[in-house]
Design a binder for this molecule. Structure first.
Ligand code: NAP
Length: 527
């Protein structure tokens, strides 16, 4: 049963008077549940408990934290159909997507557990002393990563599970050894409550300190602001709009002690269609891209919002086929009336820009909150000089830019803001011949894709889901894959420290049997 309460440490709490409801976009009506926004006292209590929990949790062994993360995955699985039904009711996303996202969420938790069990992620680096060195002796120096402290995670609207309560940000922060306070996304507060109950149960079963996890309800930005400004919070994870992410980033940098905000924000994910792809497989790619643009009503951070090519008959044919395909795809519900409204506004703004032409639009009748696809086209020089067209339109939308030549295409890439992904459709010969274009794209993105669609992010250690601003606030870090743990740690070096008092990861005997860098060489041997 959904209670609408906050989770403060291992207890539920509802002291506030501000209430709100979530919304079923398919039925176009509110869900039956009522949620209570957290009060300042409840927020302070969650932070105080997290501070206390950190004293113990930061020293938990990798094996113990792994047991906790695996237990969270098990408890999420044990929620069974109730989680899937609540997710679909609050998001309008289909059951298959809900189940897939649940699997991905559990997979992420288990991947971090495996990382902890293996242990080398702490990056233990040992430089042994050289007392005889001239002109000065070299001291013994040993460094490793340590957790930074309580972290605030903002749940995101478009991934109610995989980027929310127990999503990648939470899993990676808990793996690092940081207690987590989730600021629940107001559009799927019931899904968040079920997952919070699962995390709390797992924490109790595995003997984690009270306060290692809290879930704070809110509708409106004040609660999130208070959390970010709390002096005991050490970092923030966020996925959402550029406006929201940059507001939180600026807020955090104005604190007496500024803290990092790892925000993943907007991206239009440029796709470049080289001549070989258009001539040899134009129809194939048009069909693939019609599917990718409309997948999940276009509500993916990796949605292909910009397709670039040099004018040719093959490009015209590609555009026509894409148009035909798009206009046949039935609209699907968007997450919420507000996101639907934002999509309509963004799409109308783009369509009203001078010299843009419609390639395709779904013209049939659609239910309220359903996103009708739209694809525009425009000449390269017009796109280059109108940055309104460079902005993300979150939904089933894309613009195809027809360039005069490769130089114009390269100039456009140079004028774009930072992106999560950049895709090239073409062959290896073109990658070499058009290396200036490839280089220009590489400067702007966190992931280069060849002959595929950008939607669908593989969760694996080599994944980099990040990119230059405004795709993220820090291009060095990923929010997908086990490297995401690096956002929540900080190195400390020990100089001339008594060997027996060093953390296990830095001891000569290497009791954890992890891979370390000893005097410049990767090894799992004793020093
Ligand atoms: P959002 O508006 O950025 O909100 C995300 C979370 O941050 C919410 O919990 C929100 O709180 C909070 N927040 C936003 N601005 C804040 C501020 N100034 N101070 C404190 N907290 C703040 O994103 P959304 O609700 O998920 O969707 C809105 C739009 O964001 C979409 O239409 C889309 O354009 C974009 N979006 C992009 C991506 C992407 O991956 N590129 C993903 C999701 C959304 P409240 O809701 O409680 O106000």
């Amino acid at each position: 049963m959904i209670t609408g309460k906050n989770f403060i440490g291992n207890k539920t709490s509802s002291k506030g008077t501000i209430t709100y409801k979530t919304f079923n976009p398919v039925l176009n009506k509110e869900t039956p549940w009522t949620f209570k926004e957290a009060t300042s006292d409840e927020i302070n209590e969650a932070v105080s408990l997290a501070v206390e929990a950190f004293k113990e949790y930061k020293s938990c062994s990798g094996a113990k934290k792994a047991t906790f993360l695996n237990a969270i995955a098990d408890e999420i699985e044990a929620l069974g159909d109730s989680l899937i039904e609540t997710y679909t009711a609050e998001s309008g996303l289909p059951e298959g997507r809900a189940k897939g996202e649940r699997g991905r969420t559990m997979g992420q938790l288990r991947a971090f557990a495996t990382l902890l069990e293996e242990g080398s992620w702490v990056e233990a680096t040992i430089d042994t002393a050289q007392p005889e060195r001239q002109p000065l002796p070299k001291p013994d120096i040993r460094k490793m990563q340590f957790p930074i402290g309580p972290v605030v995670v903002f749940g995101t609207s478009n991934f109610p599970l995989a980027f929310s309560t127990a999503g990648g940000d939470t899993a990676s922060a808990l793996a690092a050894g940081c207690p987590v306070i989730v600021k629940s996304h107001p559009m799927h507060a019931a899904t968040g409550e079920l997952v919070s109950a699962a995390i709390t149960k797992a924490a109790e079963k595995t003997g984690m300190p009270k306060g290692v996890f809290s879930n704070i309800n809110s509708k409106g930005i004040e609660v999130g602001k208070q959390l970010v400004m709390h002096p005991k919070i050490k970092a923030v994870g966020f996925t959402g709009s550029i406006k929201g992410g940059t507001a939180l980033y600026e807020l955090a940098s104005q604190r007496k002690e500024p803290i990092p905000v790892y925000a993943e924000m907007g991206s239009i994910n440029p796709v470049i269609a080289f001549p070989s792809a258009l001539m040899e497989k134009g129809d194939f790619w048009a069909k693939q891209y019609a599917g990718s643009i409309t997948l999940g009503a276009g509500q993916f951070c990796t949605n292909p919002g910009l397709i670039l090519g040099v004018k040719s008959d093959a490009l015209t044919k590609f555009i026509n086929t894409l148009g035909k395909e798009i206009s046949q795809i039935e609209p699907t519900p968007m997450l919420h009336p507000n996101i639907h409204k934002a999509y309509k506004t963004g799409m109308e703004t783009a369509s009203s820009q001078a010299q843009t032409k419609e390639v395709a639009a779904y013209t049939g009748k659609a239910n309220p909150n359903y996103g009708k696809a739209k694809v525009l086209t425009v000449d390269g020089n017009v796109f280059l000089n109108n940055t309104v067209l460079h902005q993300e339109v979150f939904g089933p939308y894309s613009i195809i830019v027809q360039c005069e030549n490769d130089t114009e295409l390269e100039n456009i890439l140079n004028a774009l803001e930072g992106q999560l992904t950049g895709t090239i459709l073409g062959n290896a010969e073109e990658l070499t011949q058009k290396s200036k274009i490839v280089d220009a794209l590489k400067e702007k993105v966190g992931r280069l894709i060849l002959n595929s669609v950008p939607t669908g992010v593989e969760v694996c250690p080599a994944m980099h889901h990040g990119g230059p601003f405004p795709a993220t606030t820090d291009a060095k870090y990923t929010s997908v894959g086990v490297s995401a743990v690096k956002r929540w740690v900080c190195p400390v070096a020990y100089q001339n420290w008594p060997l027996e008092l060093l953390p296990d990861a830095l001891k000569n005997e290497n009791p954890l049997q992890i891979t370390r860098i000893v005097n410049g060489i990767y090894t799992d041997k004793k020093v």
